[in-house]
Design a protein around this ligand. Structure first.
Ligand code: ZN
Length: 156
């Protein structure tokens, strides 16, 4: 039974020690609405190109409790659907305990359940992603003058 396909031999099999590269970049993104999807695919691909990493992994992480990172299609209707689904699951006016001290429990909840990071394979110097998988920062409690997105590329 074939479980997978090896695309290239691990270097430890041939005795060579690969040079590990670690590239770290932080984006600052201004958001314009309370909730919105900001397409950062171009910035992430640019960072991977700058990193010089041919094969490895790319982490895209938003260091925020009220934002998230997703990979999906950049189609306006779907982007609205995603925001609508967040609003249905986590309504702003829900009876959330956190709203007693802050007014953004819905944003925290959506961030917690969706996740603040995504990891992509990097192969031959390019991110591996589906044709309909653009990378988005999800603003859940905007607008903000600056949302940070950390991109870390690790590999050889
Ligand atoms: Zn809060």
């Amino acid at each position: 039974m074939a479980l997978g396909r090896v695309l290239y031999k691990p270097r430890w099999c041939v005795g060579a020690v690969p040079t590990l590269k670690i590239y770290f970049k932080e984006l600052s993104i201004k958001t314009a609405r309370r909730k919105e999807l900001v397409d950062i695919t171009y910035e992430v691909e640019k960072a991977v190109a700058e990193s010089g990493v041919a094969n490895g992994l790319c982490l895209v992480f938003a260091p925020h409790a009220t934002a998230a990172v997703i990979a999906n299609e950049h189609e306006r209707g779907l982007m609205n659907d995603i925001l609508r689904k967040f609003a249905e699951e986590f309504p702003d006016d829900g009876a959330w305990e956190h709203n007693r001290i802050d007014d953004n429990a819905a944003a925290h909840l959506a961030s917690a359940f969706v996740g603040s990071a995504r990891i992509f394979p990097v192969k031959d110097g390019r991110i591996v992603r589906g044709t309909w998988q653009n990378i988005f920062l999800v603003e859940l409690d905007g607008p903000r003058a600056s949302r940070r997105v950390v991109i870390e590329v690790i590999g050889e």
